[in-house]
Design a protein around this ligand. Structure first.
Ligand SMILES: [Zn+2]
Length: 143
């Protein structure tokens, strides 16, 4: 798989390193502000609400709902043509933050995907360092 992977590979910033370290172990972790008692996204060294620098990382459930999605029929960059069509999505995590991601294990068809659909995280191992969080329909269906 590694030798055939031709898509861009993330190179984690220092602020996002705990996210990617968690992903490598197939754990979803999110930045959290104890002062606000809320998660936030994207990773920053300070809270975007109260500007506290006392932020920490906490495990997330890996569950959420589709806020919006798009079926991609054209490769915008080299490396993406092999899996056309594929799904890009915004997922609202149960913890609050909204992630841009891919939907997998579901037909890229408007009949099969809907907004507010419950989803759960799965991880695609790209190489020894990077695993990408993606989302599939949640086991058990509607909640
Ligand atoms: Zn805060």
């Amino acid at each position: 798989m590694t030798s055939q992977y031709r898509r861009p590979i993330p190179s984690p910033s220092p602020e996002a390193r705990p996210f990617w370290e968690g992903a490598r172990e197939h754990r979803l972790a999110l930045p959290y502000c104890p002062a606000c008692a809320q998660f936030f996204w994207f990773p920053r060294p300070f809270c975007p609400r109260c500007f506290s620098w006392e932020v920490e990382w906490r495990p997330a459930s890996g569950r959420g709902r589709v806020y919006s999605f798009a079926i991609q029929y054209r490769a915008q960059m080299p490396g993406f043509e092999d899996e056309l069509p594929y799904l890009t999505a915004l997922v609202d995590l149960d913890e609050g933050p909204r992630l841009m991601t891919n939907l997998v294990e579901v037909e890229p068809d408007p009949v099969s995907v809907r907004c507010d659909m419950p989803v759960e995280v799965v991880f695609a191992d790209i190489n020894d360092e990077i695993s990408l969080p993606k989302f599939r329909p949640a086991a058990g269906g509607a909640r």
